[in-house]
Write a protein that binds this ligand. Structure first.
Ligand code: ADP
Length: 643
């Protein structure tokens, strides 16, 4: 069929056709197939034999077949090399009826018998699929940009708009006419500027600030609109040397933050009110207790008219009941203050051995009464970082529990061991132990683990205070216990890394009673107090101390004058006084040259930590709380009179 002038050339032609990547189909003028290559067979699923002599329409979808001979006739009438059906989506049909997208280029071939027509067919399924995916991805991208609630805009390297979303259009819509894409950024900025409130800034300065930011964006820029809204603009450079910009309306966030701030302020005010309430409650409760415990102690010590055994025993109940009530007030107040965040923890390096030795000394009388052997087994251990008083409070609580919940002849030991970045201080006893079903809640307030009906006094608050205090010192508490064998309570406290000088300077201890045992009326002491029963109590107490001449003043105003005139050796000052307060009075006394050297001991019913630190700042020599602990007061007096 093909021109047979050169058999070698024909062979080469056939080889070329066979190896072509496209399917090659040659037809005659009537549209009958005269030659196909192997790629055509693969592409359409026909064998060569099934195709030769068949109309070319066998290879196109049935729905298009009827019109095809017309196209063939059109082409064969004016044949030239050209792509077929430019701009149309062409499809091929496989033997199994499935269709696939194709591209076809047509060429006439001159042979001896006349003109034949070749079609080079390329299966473009892969390309079409990739194109469709790219289109879909693009559509996704555009619709996501459009669904961003904030105003989005993208600029090319010449700072012209490439893409904006609907929110951006809305923002500038009213102030700009015509298309936005293609405009320069500064044009858009100029359109938006009239909507902005420049505040105290000149409009031109605001414009410059915005353009500068857009050129070299770092962080974000906040602008206010004339309608009172706040916009946060965040621009970033793109990899293509353009800029992407997002304008977010943060007005609601600001309002919410403001609401939160106000709510926090209210909560803080409420918590402060709670602390104040607790402070005054404790004052109210302590004042009458002061009278009860003070006079009970005086009756107990009355040497002139000693009480009978029976009376002393009854008085013992009054005292222990009063002390229990006082402890309860103190503990509830302590817990409430911790919960209100009202206690200040001040940490410092603390030498464990010395501190535990003091705790053991304090607990010793209690242990002796209970017939318990108490010992510190601590030898060498690193210092910890803690609030010394508060850490001692935790160990006192563990220690007194270990003594209380124990039998005569029992043992209590304090131990310390390093534990990673902490030191574990533990108190081990061989007492009652804690029943398993009570263990989970033991650190919660008012949980007494089965002791609520027993004879051992307690409030159930100590352990919960200990836990919170440990946490405030970046520590933790825990315990193990076996019923009838004993318990171990421990507190882990951060270790002090660079162990500093642990031998803190201590005040020299005054030999007891030395100054107070001086000649009669050797020392004048002024007591400023408005409560008659407190004055009576103090008079009684001082009557046992002939060295002291007690002068009293019912108000701070009278008190300071009395001090100025009498130049006493010491002043004992109540804080809550009618008129001038004890704080104001001590300030005056410290300010006057003739009284500045006179030590003033505060004796107050207010027991908040805040008062203690205020007292120190105000210039008090010492701050004691009511009800008066006689030994404590005598110690303080002894110290001032001796110095
Ligand atoms: P309180 O001793 O005032 O009741 P705590 O909070 O200190 O309150 O202790 C709570 C409870 O835990 C105690 O009532 C007691 O039942 C139990 N408990 C604490 N320590 C020990 C211990 N070492 N041995 C046995 N039980 C203990």
């Amino acid at each position: 069929m093909l021109r047979e002038t050169d058999p070698k050339a024909e062979l080469r032609f056939r080889e070329l056709v066979e190896s072509a990547p496209d399917g090659i189909v040659v037809c005659d003028r009537s549209g009958a197939i005269v030659l196909v290559n192997a790629q055509t067979e693969r592409m359409f699923g026909y064998s060569r034999g099934e195709l030769i002599g068949k109309p070319i329409e066998i290879l196109i979808p049935e729905r298009l077949r009827s019109r095809h001979p017309g196209h063939v006739a059109g082409y064969t009438g004016a044949p030239r090399s050209r792509p077929m059906g430019t701009g149309l989506d062409l499809s091929g049909r496989r033997r199994d009826g499935t269709e696939f997208p194709v591209e076809i280029s047509l060429s006439p071939i001159q042979v001896d018998q006349g003109t034949l027509f070749s079609a080079a067919i390329r299966d473009v399924s892969d390309r079409k699929r990739i194109e469709a995916e790219a289109r879909r991805a693009n559509a996704y991208l555009l619709s996501s940009v459009d669904s961003i609630q904030d105003a989005f805009s993208l600029y090319d390297e010449e700072d012209r708009v490439v893409l904006v979303n609907s929110s951006f259009r809305q923002l500038v819509g009213a102030s700009i006419a015509g298309a936005i894409v293609g405009r320069r950024f500064d044009e858009l900025a100029d359109a938006i500027l009239p909507l902005l409130d420049p505040g105290s800034e000149a409009a031109a300065d605001l414009r410059r600030r915005w353009l500068d930011y857009h050129r070299e964006p770092t962080g974000s820029l906040e602008l206010r609109t004339r309608t009172g809204r706040t916009l946060r603009i965040t621009d970033r450079a793109t990899a293509e040397h353009g800029t992407v910009s997002l304008i977010v309306d943060i007005t609601d966030d600001i309002l919410r933050a403001e609401e939160l701030r106000r709510a926090r302020q209210q909560a803080e005010a409420a918590s402060a009110a709670k602390s104040e309430f607790l402070a005054s409650m404790s004052h109210e409760l302590r004042t009458p207790l002061n009278a009860i415990l003070g006079f009970a102690q005086l009756l107990q010590r009355d040497r002139k008219q000693p009480l009978s055994e029976r009376q002393l025993e009854r008085l013992g109940h009054v005292l222990s009941g009063g002390e229990h009530l006082l402890r309860l007030i103190d503990e509830v107040l302590d817990l409430a203050r911790i919960e209100a965040g009202g206690i200040a923890i001040s940490t410092e390096p603390v030498g464990v051995r010395d501190m535990v030795a003091e705790v053991v000394t304090t607990l010793e009388p209690m242990a002796q009464r209970a017939g318990i052997q108490l010992a510190s087994e601590i030898t060498e251990v690193a210092d910890v970082v803690a609030d010394r008083t508060r850490l001692a409070q935790i160990l006192m609580n563990f220690g007194s529990n270990a003594i209380k919940y124990n039998r005569q002849g029992g043992h209590v030991a304090f131990r310390a061991a390093p534990r990673d970045s902490h030191v574990r201080l533990s108190v081990v006893d061989d007492g009652f132990g804690i029943p398993e079903d009570k263990r989970a809640k033991i650190f919660e307030p008012f949980q007494r683990a089965g002791q609520e009906t027993g004879p051992i006094e307690g409030t159930g608050i100590g352990l919960s205070i200990s836990k919170r205090l440990a946490e405030l010192m970046q520590g933790s508490v825990g315990f193990t216990s076996v019923v009838d064998r004993g318990s171990e309570f421990w507190v882990d406290i951060p270790v002090h890394v660079a162990a500093a000088d642990t031998e803190a300077a201590r005040k020299p201890q005054v030999a007891e009673g030395s100054a107070l045992a001086a000649a009669p009326a050797a020392h004048k002491v002024v007591y400023v107090e408005d409560n008659p029963s407190n004055i009576a109590f103090m008079r009684e107490l001082m009557s046992d101390l002939p060295a002291v001449e007690l002068l009293t003043a019912p108000t701070a105003e009278i008190g300071v004058e009395l001090v100025r005139a009498q130049q006493p050796a010491a002043v004992i000052m109540d804080i809550n006084l009618p008129g001038m307060s004890g704080f104001d009075a001590v300030k005056l006394l410290k300010a006057w040259p003739e009284t500045t050297h006179i030590p003033v001991i505060a004796l107050s019913a207010a027991a908040l930590a805040r008062d203690t630190s205020r007292a120190r700042e105000a210039g008090f020599y010492r701050y004691l709380t009511k009800p008066v602990k006689i030994d404590e007061l005598l110690d303080a007096l002894n110290d001032v009179l001796d110095s």
